[in-house]
Design a protein around this ligand. Sequence first.
Ligand code: IMP
Ligand code: MG
Length: 160
Amino acid sequence: MKLLLREKEVQKKVRQLARKISADLAGKEVLLVGVLKGAFIFMADLARSMESPVSYGSGTVSSGKVKITKDLETSLRGKDVLIVEDIIDTGVTLRYLFRRLKARRPRSLRSVALLDKPSRRKVPFRPDYVGFTVEDLFVVGYGLDCNEEFRNLRGIYVVK
Ligand code: IMP
Ligand code: MG
């Protein structure tokens, strides 16, 4: 494995994203919706860096043919919702989730991805906020796994 982004760079970027999102949603309470499992570390750090008040929900998805395996327990109606995702690859997961959650009538719906691999898109999807744009590489760490391993690494690494 090769180091791609060290812990300090990741932490700095998460704080920048939190600041930008808090400014854009100034005065509003933000409902963070984490896409589990991969987003759990990013969401924890993002939530702690936000200046806006946050509440929190999460669900799990299985990739491949996207399926919600554990849905949200919170209503989204009238809320300012931010979907928090670790990485966007083909775009299939977020495009699907975005449409599903939009139908629940939030006041606003945005998305943030720590990492984005735009060259891999199969369906169009543009997140509102992106941490790092990366090449077509498989990465692990900071929540991201390879067969459930390496999620606990503090930096982000490329698997060779
Ligand atoms: P998409 O639906 O193809 O955009 O896939 C997004 C999901 O695939 C992410 O939420 C990750 O769980 C997984 N994924 C995509 N690329 C990587 C990677 O480089 N490392 C680890 N997981 C990845
Ligand atoms: Mg994921």
